[in-house]
Write a protein that binds this ligand. Structure first.
Ligand SMILES: Cc1ncc(COP(=O)(O)O)c(C=O)c1O
Length: 396
């Protein structure tokens, strides 16, 4: 009879029993590495001759499954091979695109009314690597084409539509057409929409970026990001991805997967609530202006109607009396919560000038519609009457 294993060996060895039943729900593969049958197997997987997992910084079954699902959603009804890489934050998804396709001396053309973190990473990180950023109004297509024509160092147009928090929209089809004419690449941050409301790849955009932290997860319990693209871009992105170690954790990806299952239900309800709240705000005497692309008189209404299936769950507005009255409003709401995120199940408020856009030059901020008193609202899935009652009493 073989000598029984010692206590310490039983403690330290991996379990090897057969996993007989297939789980119904995607398991969390919390394993940093994957074992090989023998040396030949290892060599075949490392050289790509055989499919398989090696090391979770490169790929992991939980992460791969969810990335494939997101690729299917962004590539829905698209006749192309779409791939997705999930990252450990929205910021790392943005950084993955910039650092994979641009090198020192290249320029990125973008809009000044981006999410504050994106402006900062371009100005404070990529600028140090010789990647220059030109800010312009991406809805001025003549100007966009002129800038690209005059400067062959512009290699990427990077946009956000709708933008955070001004809700301005850019014409995705027109931007993609200009980029294709000049053989340069385009990227769109699709965080506010999710692929349920807008699919930039369908318009010819090259890279779709997400902070999955937001509506894709929808429950506010994980930080993550994604880049979705045609497979022809695979090599460049994947090399940067694995070498910079941008992978998310299997657990946070699993949370994202749970959220994705109810994406359509959540978005339908939140968009419907947002439309009703925007309409109520617009007609309230104590509100100066409302930014919501669903409002017929909003400057982005026509373009949003062309490229979005619903107008989203995000809006921003300014209370009459600016910052002082805005503060009072935020202190008076009971049901709504102040939190520096968006896309959760419950309705959230944020004051961009003192949070997400704190480090953006005031003059630039105001020029781009992010006024001192602007309040951003991420509308949730609560009962609309409860929301309107709370908002109205606070405004009154
Ligand atoms: C539009 C947009 N893109 C990207 C990000 C960055 O995402 P993360 O916080 O997941 O890094 C945010 C964060 O608020 C955002 O609003």
């Amino acid at each position: 009879m073989a000598k029984p294993l010692s206590f310490e060996t039983i403690c330290s060895t991996e379990v090897k029993e057969l996993r007989l039943n297939k789980p119904h729900v995607l398991p969390i593969y919390a394993s940093s590495s994957f074992v090989f049958d023998d040396l030949q197997h290892s060599q075949d997987v490392f050289t790509g001759k055989k499919p398989g997992y090696l090391y979770s910084r490169y790929a992991n079954p939980t992460i791969r499954s969810v990335a494939d699902k997101l690729a299917k959603l962004e590539g829905f009804e698209l006749d192309a091979s779409v791939e997705c890489l999930l990252t450990n934050s929205g910021m790392s998804a943005i950084s993955l695109v910039i650092s994979s396709i641009l090198t020192s001396g290249d320029k990125v053309l973008t809009q000044a009314n981006l999410y504050g973190g994106t402006t900062e990473v371009l100005n404070k990180v990529f600028a140090n690597f010789g990647i220059e950023t030109i800010f312009t109004d991406l809805s001025n297509l003549t100007r966009v084409e002129q800038l690209i024509t005059e400067d062959d160092r512009i290699k990427l147009v990077y946009g956000e539509s709708p933008a955070n928090p001004s809700l301005d929209c850019i014409d995705l089809q027109a931007i993609a057409n200009i980029c294709q004419r000049h053989s340069i690449l385009s990227a769109i941050d699709n965080t506010f929409c999710t692929p349920y409301l807008q699919r930039p790849l369908n318009f010819g955009i090259d890279f779709v970026i997400h902070s999955t932290t937001k509506s894709l997860n929808g429950h506010g319990n994980s930080i993550g990001g994604a880049v979705v693209y045609d497979e022809k871009h695979h090599k460049k992105l994947w090399t940067t991805y694995k070498l910079l170690g941008l992978n998310p954790s299997p657990f946070e990806t699993w949370l994202l997967h749970n959220g994705l299952k109810t994406l359509t239900l959540r978005m339908d309800k939140a968009c419907s609530n947002a439309m009703k709240i925007a309409t109520a705000l617009e007609s309230h005497n104590n509100v100066d202006f409302v930014n919501y692309p669903g409002l017929p008189n909003h400057r982005a209404h026509t373009i949003a109607s062309k490229q979005m299936t619903q107008y989203g769950a995000m809006l921003s507005f300014e209370v009459k009396g600016g910052i002082d009255q805005g503060k009072r409003f935020m202190d008076k709401v009971n049901l709504l919560t102040q939190a520096p995120t968006l896309g959760d199940l419950d309705t959230l408020l944020l004051h961009p000038a003192s949070s997400s856009h704190l480090n953006i030059d005031r003059e630039i901020r105001i020029e781009n519609g992010i006024t001192d008193g602007l309040i951003r609202m991420s509308v949730g899935i609560e009962n609309i009457d409860d929301l309107l009652t709370d908002i109205t009493q606070a405004l009154n």
